[in-house]
Design a binder for this molecule. Structure first.
Ligand code: C2E
Ligand code: MG
Ligand code: MG
Length: 643
């Protein structure tokens, strides 16, 4: 309950040059006022307005102040505001010679106080009430009162207007509270939208805004605005092996350390540190002076991230890839600077020692090239320009082609061919790798069905699958749908996954692989030996085939070929009863070695290059004729032909 009954909150200013009238106001608004008649009506009203807190007779209490001139009244209102003791009502006589009249005083009072109720009191002509509302707005806070008035009338009016003043104030307060609440909620939502919840650092969106602000400020100051992007190497592996909580703690520690190092101390206090992506951070530094300083900064960032982190009681040594670009040299706005820094970062990720990479113009070509490619790729998938080529896999024991690998090619209308290394990662970045996979899968199934129908050839085909597909819980359903609609036997389809893809998120991949295997689709591990060499996972997965990575096969061409790694992989595969394929076999010598070591199948340019579906049929025909001729004439027991 508010304190309406507290006289200090029911402050009334009466202004009249007639001292007698002022006495009358004071009398009728005083606590001791004894109305001669209609007492019950008045106290009923006051009770309604002022609640239980009226005095024992139910009368409201007023604090009455008086002035005898308009100017003095304005001053009194100003002082009251200063003291924080606003008037609820000002009764203003209209004519108060020699000073300003009541109307002028009302205008000046209104300028000072928007909420006070002003009552103009006149004995003669009555001012037009509508005009008053327009001249001294708001219209609901200006009143007209005729004198001489009855004391009871005056008290009744004062009680009603004080009640209104309190109600208005409560409403304003409620509105202000609501506005504050809305502002707080908006700020909280903005925080969610602009800050990463794990590290509490600015996210990618805010980083863009921050770089924009830094660039704008830099227009009138010296120095470059530098964006340094950092990618934590093997972060998903840390997550996988040490647990999600440890991964989260590590991200927080990296963020904290970078902020402490660059935002809290030293020369670059205006630096912004943020989380740019899952395992990527950004450091934005304004006012950097020259190349030497940029280099020193980037090295400082590397040192900061690569000093050991204590996680779960263990020292963790990280490696970071770092890409750097800056305004105004590499881009005129925040987006182009970030794009350049990203291009440099990707170059750094791909480099062997993850050297700090500074953006240069050749990457600009790639960045723009990528941009154009994105739009083209979407259309290419829709228009069926992505086609599988097939590379045969030859048995080292029978000499027969016992399988093929489908390798996607983007064949442009002008006949030029884009390799999968250009568009598969792009499709993943664009989030359309599932669409690409479906398109390749459909083409493969159509080709398999066609071979079956036309020459009754049932050849198993291996299709490459990327990490994104393994996160799709409906992968089995999707494959089932395609196989059924193309009427293809499920045992003819194998999926190839690289070791790194599998290990990236084994917990997600495992159930999907189990479902696929249960359905009857084969699982092959591609590029085996280049991953993180956690062999224990092999035993847990429904795998049939290991494809030995080309890099090991390439080494077999040295004069003193070191065969030990390949030998070990083959021994491991055999022990686990897996089929072994040697990839990238280019020479007769390599072919001979892998065959001697007991590898089951060989794939590589020595046997044949990948080729379109229609060529594969001709090639196979020719290949088999040659094989049988050779066998018949006893020249070479097993050999192969180059396409
Ligand atoms: P991969 O699955 O390991 O395929 C083998 C790659 O080695 C192919 O490159 C093939 O053309 C090449 N190759 C085969 N024999 C030899 C040889 O004797 N010497 C050398 N130097 N290279 C040889 P390609 O076709 O450029 O494919 C590259 C990678 O792109 C593939 O590696 C695979 O990981 C990926 N890829 C291809 N098609 C698809 C697809 O449809 N989906 C997905 N997700 N990835 C695909
Ligand atoms: Mg493959
Ligand atoms: Mg491979």
């Amino acid at each position: 309950m508010n304190n309406f009954n507290d006289s200090s909150t029911n402050r009334v200013l009466v202004v009249d040059d007639d001292a007698l009238l002022i006495g009358e106001y004071v009398r009728c608004l005083s606590e001791d006022y004894e109305p001669e008649s209609a007492t019950s009506t008045l106290s009923d009203l006051e009770k309604v307005l002022f609640g239980e807190e009226t005095d024992e007779r139910g009368a409201a209490k007023f604090e009455v102040h008086s002035r005898n001139q308009g100017g003095a009244a304005v001053e009194a209102v100003a002082q009251a505001i200063k003291d924080g003791k606003h008037f609820a009502i000002v009764f203003l006589d209209i004519r108060m010679p020699p000073g300003i009249d009541g109307i002028e005083a009302a205008k000046q009072i209104r300028l000072l106080d928007q909420n006070v109720n002003i009552v103009l009191v006149t004995g003669s002509m009555s001012p037009e009430p509508e005009n008053l509302g327009r001249e001294i707005p708001p219209a609901d806070k200006i009143f007209f009162f005729k004198k001489p008035f009855h004391a009871l009338e005056c008290r009744q009016l004062a009680a009603a207007l004080c009640g209104k003043w309190h109600a208005d104030r409560a409403l304003r307060k409620a509105n202000e509270d609501l506005e504050r609440h809305v502002e707080e909620r908006t700020a909280a939502l903005q925080k969610l939208a602009y800050f990463d919840p794990v590290t509490r650092l600015p996210n990618q969106w805010l980083l863009l805004e921050e770089l924009k602000a830094i660039i704008e400020r830099s227009e009138d100051s010296d120095g470059d605005s530098v964006a340094i992007l950092i990618d934590i190497d093997r972060f998903s592996f840390i997550n996988e092996t040490m647990g999600y909580d440890a991964g989260t703690e590590l991200l927080r520690s990296i963020g904290n350390r970078l902020s402490r190092k660059f935002c809290d101390e030293g020369k670059y206090k205006r630096t912004i540190v943020g989380r740019f992506g899952a395992d990527e951070f950004a450091v934005l530094v304004p006012g950097v002076d020259g190349d030497a300083e940029v280099t020193a900064l980037a090295e400082e960032v590397r040192k900061t991230v690569e000093s050991p982190f204590l996680i779960n009681g263990r020292d963790l040594f990280l490696k970071a890839a770092i890409g750097v670009a800056w305004h105004p040299v590499h881009g005129r706005d925040e987006k182009s600077v970030f794009r350049c820094a990203e291009a440099a970062l990707h170059r750094s990720i791909r480099s062997i020692d993850m050297a700090v990479t500074y953006y240069h113009n050749e990457m600009r070509y790639r960045a723009r090239h990528k941009f154009d490619l994105e739009a083209e790729l979407r259309a290419a998938i829709e228009n069926g320009q992505i086609r599988p080529h097939y590379q045969p896999q030859q048995s080292t024991t029978t000499g027969q082609v016992e399988g093929v690998e489908a390798l996607a090619r983007w064949i442009r209308p002008d006949g030029s061919v884009v390799p999968p290394s250009d568009f598969v990662p792009l499709s993943e970045e664009m989030g359309i790798s599932d669409v690409l996979f479906q398109s390749v899968m459909r083409s493969v199934c159509a080709d398999v069905a066609n071979w079956r129908e036309s020459i009754d050839w049932a050849i198993p085909v291996a299709v490459n699958v990327s990490a994104h597909q393994l996160r799709n819980r409906d992968l089995v359903k999707l494959i089932k749908g395609i196989l059924q609609s193309e009427k293809v036997d499920r045992t003819l389809i194998n999926l190839e996954l690289t070791e790194t893809v599998l290990l990236e998120d084994l917990t997600t991949a495992q159930p999907v692989l189990n479902d696929l295997a249960a359905y009857g689709v084969g699982i092959h591990i591609d590029d085996f030996g280049t991953g993180y060499s956690s062999l224990s996972y092999l035993a847990q997965l429904p795998v049939q085939t290991l494809k030995i990575d080309q890099s090991f096969i390439a080494k077999l061409s040295d004069k003193n070929a070191d065969t030990r790694v390949v030998e070990a992989i083959i021994a491991l595969g055999k022990a686990m009863q897996l089929e072994l394929v040697a990839e990238g076999v280019e020479t007769e010598q390599q072919y001979g070695i892998v065959r001697r070591l007991g590898c089951d199948l060989v794939q590589g340019y020595f046997v044949a290059r990948p080729m379109p579906a229609h060529q594969l049929l001709n090639w196979t025909q020719g290949f088999e004729d040659t094989q049988s001729l050779k066998k018949k004439s006893g020249v070479i027991e097993l050999d192969s032909q180059r396409s």
